[in-house]
Design a protein around this ligand. Structure first.
Ligand code: ASP
Ligand code: MG
Length: 411
């Protein structure tokens, strides 16, 4: 019997009626002959509320205690969901992350999953239960409750699907699937039928807000098909899978605009071996996640080193850098928190020319100035002024026809 994992996000379990609807969906899959594991998020804005409660008492709550608190949001949903199923006459049992030994490291509020004990779940499935697991949480080796970072229930779900060798991991949400870009900024955006792990990884890390980035890494590593779909209807959503040949014909699959970003430049670092290593070791110790790094020699003696970080990590990053500046001969720090990053992503870029040209031309015609450019094999990103972010994204979406299904775009 195939195992199906169904994940319901906060909006899909916001109140009793919605929990009942989600439970009904799980029950339907169960009656169709699947073994069903549900992963649930905290209801509605619960997590935000819990964070607000914490901040009211302490502006810098100890991270361990924050995790202890935040994990209660999901714990409520799963027991309620089990009760809803019980009321429908279906055997159901809920578990916290700790109860299924979802072991993580000890990086509170952004822990990473290390292992899962799938046996306990399997046993219950074999006994005919629908198993409901609290998303977003785990437990470290010492038994402290941890959480996986905001939006982390996706990762719980895909990791469970991988551990259980599930046939599919369905992500139920309040949108129909994944769009070519953010429809709030470019209303003509269309739903994608299918996208590769690599593309969605780029889009997720670029802040497309579709799914927790780590969840896709799990999906890719263990080849779990992920189906992002609406909890309100039965229409197919967007399937995230490994790359298939047709995808190569698509130049650009999606575009993003990321605003929660800052850029730090270390100006005039001594140009000698080991300095970059020293700088990034310092940032790693401070657990700052660094994005696009650019280093350029500006003279035989000096180099400039820039990188971007999430806005929320900016203070930690600057503090860490203060501790290393002198040692690497850095003349000054230049920080910009008034920037946005616009990116286009597509596996087709690997085998087509002219993508960069088209992108830069679209920005030029919209009179958007480019601060810096970074690329990967399947992505081109430009840092622009935050005020021009929206204009830039719209121009790019028009240029790459992201208002049309992939098959209808000009080659
Ligand atoms: N409840 C958590 C959050 O709001 C985790 C999740 O929803 O995935 O971030
Ligand atoms: Mg949530």
């Amino acid at each position: 019997m195939a195992i199906v994992v169904q994940k319901f996000g906060g909006t899909s379990v916001a109140d009793a009626e919605k929990i009942r609807r989600a439970a009904g969906r799980a029950l339907k899959a169960h009656r169709q002959g699947h073994q069903v594991v549900v992963v649930a998020s905290a209801r509605g804005k619960q997590t935000d509320q819990l964070i607000a409660d914490a901040l009211e008492l302490n502006p810098k709550p100890p991270r361990r205690e924050l995790d202890q608190l935040l994990s209660t949001g999901e714990q409520q949903t799963v027991s309620l969901m089990a009760m809803a199923l019980d009321a429908m006459g279906q055997k159901a049992i809920s578990f916290t992350g700790a109860q299924i030994r979802m072991i993580t490291d000890d990086a509170h509020t952004r822990a990473r999953i290390q292992s899962i004990d799938a046996d306990r779940i399997r046993q219950r499935l074999d006994e005919g239960y629908i198993v409901i697991v609290a998303g977003f949480q785990g437990v470290d080796e010492k038994g402290n409750v941890t959480t996986l970072g905001r939006g982390g229930s996706d990762t719980s779900a895909v990791a469970l699907a991988a551990a259980l060798k599930a046939q599919v991991c369905e992500i139920y949400t309040d949108v129909d699937g994944i769009y070519t870009t953010d429809p709030r900024i470019f209303p003509a955006a269309v739903k994608m039928d299918r996208i590769s792990y690599d593309e969605i990884l780029e889009l997720a890390s670029l802040g497309a807000g579709v799914m927790h980035g780590r969840s896709i890494e799990f999906g890719k590593k263990y080849d779990v098909p992920i189906h992002v779909r609406s909890s309100l209807n039965d229409s197919p959503g967007t399937l995230i899978t490994h790359e298939v040949p047709q995808m190569e014909g698509i130049l650009v699959s999606g575009a993003t605009l990321q605003k929660e970003l800052a850029k730090i430049t270390l100006v005039g670092v001594d140009n000698k071996p080991g300095n970059a290593a020293r700088i990034f070791a310092h940032l790693a110790t401070a657990r700052v996640i660094v994005n696009d790094i650019i280093q350029t020699e500006v003279s035989p003696e000096k180099a400039n080193l820039s990188f971007t970080v999430a806005k929320g990590d900016l203070d930690d990053a600057c503090t860490a850098l203060e501790g290393i500046r002198e040692e690497v001969g850095c003349e000054s720090l230049f920080v910009r928190d008034d920037i946005a990053e616009i990116s286009v992503v597509g596996v087709g870029m690997r085998s087509h020319y002219g993508v960069a040209d088209k992108l830069f031309r679209a920005l030029a015609e919209a009179e958007v100035n480019i601060d810096s450019i970074t690329t990967s094999e399947i992505r081109i990103s430009c840092i622009v002024d935050i005020q021009q972010g929206t204009t830039a994204l719209q121009a790019v979406c028009n240029a790459f026809e992201l208002d049309k299904p992939a098959t209808q775009r000009k080659p």
